[in-house]
Ligand binder design. Structure first.
Ligand SMILES: NC(=O)c1ccc[n+]([C@@H]2O[C@H](COP(=O)([O-])OP(=O)(O)OC[C@H]3O[C@@H](n4cnc5c(N)ncnc54)[C@H](OP(=O)(O)O)[C@@H]3O)[C@@H](O)[C@H]2O)c1
Length: 215
């Protein structure tokens, strides 16, 4: 099994690299040039392709021949970073490859999610402020997920709750909708978010699903 991790140098990405190696997968990581050294501890065990994760040529090269592509959707900047990444992965991944994308609970596939007042306030206040400061564009992550939901590829969009660091507590549980009692805790260890992403590669039940998860 050969997998590509787009956004391998971030916190989630590094955990995914470790889980993929633990499973004996061959790993190709894509990360920004300035972040390559963050992957030093995996030197000799993974191939690294430096470049912006929304660079279509970089993504094309990295996903070639991969059975699975794990993509960190990053809503950074206001230049369509998430949509650029998602579209490149959808366009260039091998037909039949499993495509797993990360995002947050604020993404809704069918509008049936029930959000807490706190989450609504964060999205409604932080979203416009972050965009104003040209720091992040949550709407672009929403648009990226819309592209994925409309795709006929073998995608899964994993929607993470609030995250915390710490030892693994095992594979998170999931539901189709935020607001389901099973998701009440609203907290997931980041290492287990990564575990869910990597395990989804071999879980066909999750094809064309957008699981909201908690640890
Ligand atoms: N943080 C949360 O509480 C939370 C909650 C739910 C879901 N999520 C989702 O989890 C995923 C990972 O998020 P995370 O917060 O845990 O962070 P993370 O894993 O550290 O990932 C951040 C990513 O953003 C990249 N990045 C940072 N600055 C950038 C810039 N200026 N331009 C382009 N890329 C930049 C990083 O690349 P470098 O290594 O090159 O800097 C890294 O790949 C995301 O899909 C997010 O939507 C996060």
């Amino acid at each position: 099994m050969k997998v590509c991790i787009v956004g391998a140098s971030g916190k989630l990405g590094q955990y995914m690299v470790q889980h993929a190696l633990d499973r004996g997968y061959e790993v190709v990581g894509v990360c920004r040039e300035q972040s390559v050294e963050k992957l030093d501890r995996f030197k000799g065990r993974i191939a690294v392709i430096p470049g912006a994760t929304d660079d279509r040529e970089v993504v094309k090269r990295a996903v070639a021949g991969c059975d699975g592509v794990l993509t960190v959707l990053v809503p950074r900047g206001v230049h369509g970073y998430s949509t650029g990444t998602a579209q490149a992965v959808l366009d260039y991944a091998d037909p039949g490859a499993r495509l797993i994308f990360s995002c947050g609970w604020h993404i809704s596939r069918d509008g049936q999610d029930v959000y807490s007042r706190k989450l609504k306030a964060i999205v409604n206040v932080f979203g416009p402020l972050a965009r104003l400061a040209r720091f992040a564009d949550l709407d672009d992550q929403v648009e990226a997920c819309r592209l994925i939901f409309a795709s006929t590829t073998r995608w899964t969009v994993v929607r993470g709750s609030d995250l915390e660091e710490g030892e693994s507590q095992g594979l998170p549980v999931w539901s189709r909708h935020v607001g389901d009692p099973i998701l009440e805790s609203n907290i997931t260890r980041r290492v287990d978010f990564a575990l869910f992403m990597v395990a989804a590669i071999e879980n066909d039940e999750l094809v064309q699903e957008a699981p909201a998860i908690v640890g």
